[in-house]
Design a protein around this ligand. Sequence first.
Ligand SMILES: [Cu+2]
Length: 276
Amino acid sequence: MTQTGKSDGGSAGPAVLLTVLLVILVAATVYVFAARLYPAPSPISSAAVLIDRQYNRTLYVAGAVFVLAQLGLAFAIFRFRDRGRPARFTRGSVAAEITWTSLTFLTFLCLGILGRKAWAEVRYAPPAPDAIQVEVTTTQFVYTFRYPGADGKFGRLDPSLINAPAGNPLGLDLNDRTGNDDIVAPDLTVPVSRPVALLLRSQDVVHNFFVRELRLQQDSVPGMMIPVNFTANRTGRYEIVCTQLCGLGHSKMHSFLNVVSEVEYEAFLKKWSASQ
Ligand SMILES: [Cu+2]
């Protein structure tokens, strides 16, 4: 009631404005995703296709929940707007709480189960017997890739021998014969359609190995050897970037993944073993 005693009809303005804003927000968000304004580069491995499928599934589920929740909120704001009457207190509903908490739990459980293959294939499956082994070492702010050479064995590393300006960034122990044929390169070169088994390690802080086209992103952690597998099925040059803020030079920390033919790969090995 107003001071004059006339009935107060409330104020619909703020409720209408907020409702309209929410509907515009929902429409704009749906448009950004539906029109694919920022498409990801096409995948270059079967595991990347699985990751894309999982991403889309998660996006559809989360998108549907987002649209329903925001439109529900818009409806509630408009329906229960200020009508000049005192607000009524409600206690909520335990049954409704249990229902949507259980539904959320089941949704995430199902998404996790559906996505386990995509995750496990890259991280837990043992590498194929003919996989190409490459050790990836990260340090502020470079990647160094090591191939075991003809003997298939990595030579011993000694941290006290690390001396990048003298050409030994990994601390390769030259007294260890298995290391004599090791190949150390600044780029990662692999043949197309051959399984690759990477071993990630770090010399200083936590870095990351990320190739968008492989949908592969894995931290490298000091003191750990982290295996990841991939098989690239399209030749090309793809950027490898560090996605962990690892210091002042972080934004410049990158390298390249060269996916080449068998012939080019053999030539690469020859060239680098001759230079070392
Ligand atoms: Cu880094």
